[in-house]
Design a protein around this ligand. Sequence first.
Ligand SMILES: [Zn+2]
Ligand SMILES: [Zn+2]
Length: 280
Amino acid sequence: METVWVQSLGSGSAGNALVFHAGGRAVLIDHGISPRALRTALAIHGLAPADLDAILITHEHTDHVHGLRAGLLTTACPVVGTEGTLAHLPTTRGRSLVAGPGQSLAIGTWEITALPVSHDAAAPSGFSVASHGVRCTVLTDLGERSGMAGEYLAASDLLVIEANHDAAMLRSGPYPAHLKSRIASGRGHLSNDQAGTWLGDVLGGSSAPRLVWLAHLSQTNNRPGVAVEAVTRAASASGADLRPVALPRRQAGPVWRPTDPLPSGTAPIPRQMSLSLPTA
Ligand SMILES: [Zn+2]
Ligand SMILES: [Zn+2]
């Protein structure tokens, strides 16, 4: 258990990547940052891209695959995604592993489950990943609740969920009308309130406090403090005690270990724990 940790290396339209480490090996969820940024982040933990057992790709949008083509040159590990996602990825021939919706895939010590989501991509999914008795579920880029994901969220030690926008900020913000309606649609992105009410419904039966990382925040239509407050409030209506932390958009976020005490939920971004990564 003490060798388990999770860290976001970027979360949002500028690039998404999250590392789940267990027992000296790791999986990467999305490769939206450059290989150099990934190498730098792994090296801080004494790891290299060769220590990855798998690269999981949620969908083919650039902010999730930007670094993949170059990154594949530095590791031989399989690329995991749904059939539709893999068909849209570069240079994965011979090393792609199809994750059927809701089916568990075993790679090394990892149990990997793709959870289909509604988003304007070919066949997008979130992932629930477990190893060494610890489960982390990552759901970003979805316009509405994913029916299959609820039980995985409830069973997770760390929940990473999109809180993309504040609905009122999006409505009154500078985006053109077609973009506003795409983001707010069922194939767009979850608002703070949608994320909070969903988590409240999933976790409301349990009074135990839960750590939630809020992911993929919009720079224009959200603020870390607004997201934390809205998700906490929306979830508390169902009796859930959430301890949300908003992930930094362009920087590595905090390192979570299962033995860490829960945050109070008052600090939107734990700045003292974030570190700068090169962006190119
Ligand atoms: Zn995205
Ligand atoms: Zn997307």
